[in-house]
Design a binder for this molecule. Structure first.
Ligand code: MN
Length: 472
């Protein structure tokens, strides 16, 4: 709770925003749960917070993070402490990180590794997806074992042949098992054959700079892979979720698939909404900071993605938070410096800035308040089996609550943020609106954008069935 003695907390007079409505209401919290929401009058509480003029929203849910992940000789620069501290400062109270079972390793071993990274370290609640890189046993057995462990979503890669990619046959088998067992298949959609050809051409011509990273992974490679994913989902009846969708042609395929009635979903990320391939024209050392996959696109794609978010063709904004310091980017995957774009660790930071960046479109009048909450909080919780415990401001839910000050201003410079990285992709942006108070199960974990949490407070959340949007 707020103070060590307090058992009840009243958040008074804020505008409570759900995915469906905005209403002036008080929120009464007892211990770790929301007990009541409404006009509560002079109810007694151990502590009271005046939320007049503020928005009160459910803690945001980030379903795509890579904390403490080995990449080449380095690792993503945020671990489960620094990463969840930063998440909390920005209003995110649950993350779903990608546990990975590498080839030769059982899923249970991969999951145990990720539990080891997170246990006693997180300041907010967390869960895991499981990345499958081979089928050492029948897919039904693997999925059943993970569902039993509270892991109800699986990640499969259509690229990165060295360590991660699986065949369409494997995707199909996992989809069938997931469909039978109420799990969701998440796909990294980029067509590897296209990438392999373009990469070889670029390197053969001596093109080594970061801009060739983007040239080798064109929007068509994403759209082609999304189409394959749609065919596989059709054939298996499985629910399917495209991670980090980055381009207009891929979005168009998702839209058509959804209109045909498939349980087909897609997320995009702030980097694709705000940044463009112009970043790759910078000096190579700076351009390398923006190497991620899929790569940043030409600006018109971002316009389409915002429109897709508004219309609901895209259902989720997540971060794909995978930060590397400038030094780690410079050192490359093997250490000692990168000689071409294929040796640059891929990923950008974003776990702290997502909620405010999406809110800017609310400020501009292009996205509704309820859409903002829906895409950042409610739908991620529903799709990934966290609802109604997370993602919605309702009685009985965990008291993961953000008091959001719409008049706050915050420049998104590295010095004002808490991610363990020495640059910010958004340093030229000053956002309007920032969380003034963030609660995780009733405990203050951030205040005015500064850390107030305790490592170890965050718990693993076993998840229920994933992949269907159940009406609340
Ligand atoms: Mn990722």
């Amino acid at each position: 709770m707020v103070g060590s003695q307090a058992q009840t907390l009243l958040i008074r007079g804020g505008d409570v925003v759900s995915s469906e409505e905005v209403r002036r209401a008080d929120v009464f919290i007892r211990n770790e749960r929301i007990e009541r929401i409404g006009a509560l009058g002079d109810v007694a509480a151990d502590a009271t917070i005046d939320a007049a003029g503020k928005l009160v929203i459910p803690g945001a849910v980030d379903v795509h993070t890579h904390l403490d992940m080995e990449v080449g000789v380095t690792r993503s620069s945020d671990d489960f402490t620094s990463g969840t501290v930063a998440a909390a400062c920005g209003g995110t109270t649950t993350v779903i990180d990608f546990a990975t079972a590498y080839r030769g390793e059982s899923l249970a071993e991969g999951l145990a590794t990720w539990h080891g990274k997170a246990t006693d370290n997180a300041v907010i609640d967390y869960s895991f997806h499981m990345t499958i890189t081979e089928l050492a046993r029948p897919a039904d057995d693997l999925v059943a074992e993970m569902v039993e462990a509270g892991i109800t979503s699986f990640k499969l890669y259509m690229t990165y042949p060295e360590r991660l990619m699986v065949s369409d046959e494997v995707i199909s088998e996992v989809m069938k098992a997931a469909e039978r067992q109420g799990a969701l298949v998440c796909l990294h959609c980029e067509d590897d054959a296209t990438i392999a050809v373009r990469r070889a051409e670029a390197l053969g011509a001596g093109h080594t700079q970061p801009r060739w990273h983007a040239q080798s992974r064109p929007p068509e490679a994403e759209a082609d892979a999304v189409l394959r994913a749609i065919r596989l989902a059709e054939n298996t009846g499985a629910a399917c979720y495209v991670v980090h969708l980055s381009s207009a042609p891929a979005l168009e395929r998702v839209r058509v698939a959804r209109e045909s009635g498939l349980d087909f979903y897609a997320e995009t990320c702030p980097q694709y909404l705000y940044l463009s391939a112009e970043r790759y024209e910078d000096a190579p050392a700076t351009a390398a900071r923006y190497v991620c996959a899929p790569p940043l696109r030409d600006p018109h794609h971002a316009e389409e993605l915002w429109e897709g978010l508004k219309r609901g063709h895209l259902q989720v904004v997540a971060t794909d938070h995978c930060p590397f310091t400038s030094a780690d980017k410079r050192a490359g995957l093997a250490g000692g410096g990168w000689s071409d774009f294929t040796q640059i660790p891929g990923g950008v930071p974003g776990i702290e800035t997502r909620l405010a960046l999406v809110y800017q479109k609310v400020v501009e009048g292009r996205l509704g308040l309820t859409d903002w909450v829906d895409r950042c909080c409610t739908t991620p919780a529903k799709l990934f089996g966290l609802h109604p415990r997370k993602g919605e401001p309702i009685a009985g839910a965990d008291a993961d609550v953000v008091v959001f000050d719409p008049s706050a201003e915050r420049p998104l410079v590295a010095e004002r943020l808490h991610m363990n990285v020495d640059y910010s992709p958004y340093e030229n942006i000053t956002v309007r609106g920032w969380p003034s108070l963030v609660l995780s199960r009733g405990r203050v974990v951030a205040r005015d954008g500064e850390p107030a949490g305790t490592p170890g407070w965050g718990r693993f959340v076993p998840r229920g069935p994933s992949g269907r949007l159940i009406e609340s």
